[in-house]
Design a protein around this ligand. Sequence first.
Ligand code: HEC
Ligand code: HEC
Length: 256
Amino acid sequence: MVFVFALAMIATLLAATQAAYSAEPAVDGKEIYKMNCASCHGEKGDGMGPVANALTIKPRDFTIGSYKIRSTPNGSLPSDEDLLRTIKMGMPGTSMIPWDILDEGQRKALLPVIKGFSKFFEDEKPEKAVKISKEIPYSKEAVAKGKEVYMKKGCWECHGEKGKGDGFKGDRLKDDWGNHIVPYDFTAGDSFKGGSSDKDIYLRFTTGMTGTPMPSYEDSISVEQRWYLVHFVKSLTKGEMKHGKSAKHGKPEAKK
Ligand code: HEC
Ligand code: HEC
């Protein structure tokens, strides 16, 4: 973990120095990608940059169009907003840092570059974002109902009864690239890869995280139950997270 963090720091420093030297940053997406992203994601976007070997959580391979953090349904490509959000906010707990040293225009210029690595973006359009139903507010009852859903729908099988990521299925999971992957430990606090607002968490289990064993429950958990589940999941994080208003945003079929 410390190692990964150190690498992330180096990446930030490198990028910061590069940014400092180009006084008038030309918005050339390819150039920005080469300078800031290729070290991990690879010149060809295949996730095989020189730094990738050293990382436990591997950089995304952009050539197959699989994205974890989406507001779009299971099986869909991510929207531009989804990609921009990830680039801006990063993925906590990984070496994918928030790229806030780049300005909005530079981050936008990266989109055609990333999408250009995969033919899927040529052939398909991302589907419309999943509708987020009106939030049922936090309450003790909502948390209790959420726990029932958590047990009944089998979240515990991977995430564990107490949410520690130690369910019986948890230690033999692999992602689509064959790497060992662990279910999120909800008790570890607030480092959700896709953000920790209520809406973010709602979207993660609604749309699933493509490329990982984390399923989509859009067809099997009702919109009311989803809010109960959000409040229950948050209740597991030792009260480190606040309930309430959330920031705007967002494979396998789950069992019914
Ligand atoms: C120090 C290594 C590193 C650098 C540099 C880096 N990334 Fe990442 N990136 C990662 C890792 C690791 C992941 C995968 C995290 C995971 O799957 O949990 C990732 C994932 C992503 C994703 C996938 C999000 C999803 O929904 O699955 C996008 C998009 C992305 N990076 C864009 C960029 C862009 C654009 C840059 C340059 C501005 C960049 N990255 C630079 C390490 C890096
Ligand atoms: C088959 C195993 C499995 C099941 C069942 C499962 N998950 Fe997950 N879940 C995972 C894995 C693996 C990850 C980590 C993915 C990653 O880090 O890329 C994850 C991550 C998450 C995250 C973290 C998202 C983030 O932004 O980091 C949330 C929230 C979550 N799961 C909620 C749920 C809920 C709620 C259920 C039940 C409705 C559920 N999961 C069922 C395997 C599972």
